[in-house]
Design a protein around this ligand. Structure first.
Ligand SMILES: O=P(O)(O)OC[C@@H](O)[C@H]1O[C@@H](OP(=O)(O)O)[C@@H](O)[C@@H](O)[C@@H]1O
Ligand SMILES: [Mg+2]
Ligand SMILES: [Zn+2]
Length: 177
């Protein structure tokens, strides 16, 4: 199984320091839906691992989050692809959970659900914590310059991190190799 684990905000859709609090605020980044569909149609399994502390902070509820994810699934399906699994951390930072990135809990949930090792599985993020979470369980890190990625790029990144302009460029790379 070819598996990829994607961060959501800043990789698939626009991010905001004010959180993505409604379906109207959930706006796909240019080329991201097509990129996911291309990878899916090439036989890849698509998983998403996303922190959604806005729920724990009371900014929006799980039904609203589900509306965003239903929209993501619909848009990818319209391009002939499929998002196979979305796992999110709804907790506020002080909740002490094991699933808020940079902890790898979401990645472990995905590995367990798919019964698949994460060794060398590409993970794509815009924040350092996305990459750290994936690297903690053997993923290969890819940073994109969208969302918070342009500033993340100047931080000390996990060894071996590959940097691309956006998700479409990562997918181009994965499909040509
Ligand atoms: O990038 P992913 O993991 O898909 O989602 C990130 C969001 O949950 C939000 O995460 C928040 O971080 P805190 O949770 O407040 O530390 C902030 O960075 C927001 O700008 C951002 O929209
Ligand atoms: Mg992000
Ligand atoms: Zn959590």
């Amino acid at each position: 199984m070819k598996l990829i684990i994607l961060d959501r905000d800043g990789v698939i859709n626009q991010d905001s320091d004010a959180y993505i609090k409604s379906l109207d605020e959930w706006i796909p980044l240019p080329g991201s839906i097509d990129a996911i569909a291309r990878l899916s149609k090439a036989g890849w399994t698509i998983a998403v691992a996303t922190n959604q502390s806005g729920i724990g902070r009371g900014y929006y509820d799980e039904a609203t989050l589900q509306d965003m994810h239903d929209r993501l699934l619909q848009l990818v399906a319209e391009q002939g692809g499929k998002v196979d699994l979305i796992r999110y951390c709804p907790h506020a930072p002080d909740a002490g959970c094991d699933c808020r990135k940079p902890l790898p809990g979401l990645f472990r949930q995905i590995a367990d659900e798919l019964d698949h090792s994460l060794d060398g599985v590409p993970t794509v993020g815009d924040s350092l914590r996305d990459l750290e979470a994936g690297c903690a369980v053997g993923c290969t890190p890819y940073l994109v310059r969208t969302g918070k990625g342009a500033s993340t790029e100047h931080k000390t990144l996990p060894a071996g991190t590959r940097v691309f302009d956006d998700l479409a460029a990562v997918v181009d790379h994965l499909l040509e190799s």
